[in-house]
Design a protein around this ligand. Structure first.
Ligand SMILES: [Zn+2]
Length: 247
């Protein structure tokens, strides 16, 4: 799924249906297409990896259709009172309506929600142990992701990446990157790179460097995400998140 604005900067997101269960729900700007899909495909239930608007943005619509929904308490809490989004997120994904309709809760042994905080405090992956398949939501996204947003906890993300790798997924589906080849190596490569990056940032924090100087030295120049998000998704934010997490 993508919006016109999203396509112009290469942003899209996927939902996956497996064992009759739809994993994630897309974003508000594609609500109509999602409603048509739900009517046609009739999933038995929906699992939501985390509260971000490109994953849980159509939860109210699904609740009104009385489709059972599985998500953590924290995710449901956030979906019931959505944060105010920055302009770039409203343009790329749209503003999600709050979840107001009471839901039928869903949980499954075959498709387990596994806590993997870091990208967001309520982030989970969906783990199909029997088929050794993981639906990773926004856990991976790529090895060297140099930009972060204000809710990220980089050290926690490293631990979650190692935990996901320890389950030994043979197949891995990323919400923004599709099928990830050799997922255990990819998850560990990201954990290693991020850990080394955090260490390099922390060394400079101890030496009294400013966030801007550290971002420039360790992560390089800001790219399009910085300008599109007006700094909300940026390299300097990753440095700032490391500083806050280590304080
Ligand atoms: Zn996300």
């Amino acid at each position: 799924m993508s919006s016109l604005a999203g396509r112009s900067i290469g942003y899209d997101v996927s939902a996956y249906q497996v064992r009759g269960v739809l994993i994630d729900l897309g974003f508000p700007l594609v609500a109509r297409a999602v409603a048509q899909y739900l009517t046609r495909a009739r999933p038995d239930a929906i699992l939501i990896t985390h509260h971000h608007e490109d994953h849980g943005g159509n939860v109210e619509l699904a609740a009104r259709m009385r489709i059972p929904i599985g998500a953590s308490d924290a995710t449901l809490e956030s979906l019931r009172s959505p944060e105010r989004l920055g302009l770039h997120r409203r343009i790329i994904w749209g503003n999600p309506p709050a979840l107001r309709t009471p839901i039928v809760r869903f949980a499954s042994d075959a498709l387990r929600l596994v806590q993997t905080p870091g990208h967001a405090a309520d982030h989970h992956v969906v783990w199909d142990a029997e088929r050794e398949t993981m639906f990773g939501g926004d856990l991976f996204l790529g090895v060297k992701v140099r930009a972060a947003h204000a809710d990220e906890r980089p050290r926690e993300l490293v631990r979650s990446l190692r935990h996901a790798a320890s389950l030994h997924p043979r197949r891995y589906f990323d919400a923004h990157r599709g099928l990830v080849r050799d997922p255990v190596s990819a998850l560990l490569a990201k954990a290693d790179w991020l850990e080394q990056t955090i260490d390099a940032i922390e060394r400079r924090i101890e030496q009294g460097w400013s966030n801007r100087a550290i971002a420039r030295a360790v992560l390089g120049r800001e790219d399009v995400a910085y300008y599109v998000s007006r700094g909300a998704m940026s390299r300097i934010m990753l440095v700032s998140r490391v500083r806050d997490e280590s304080a």
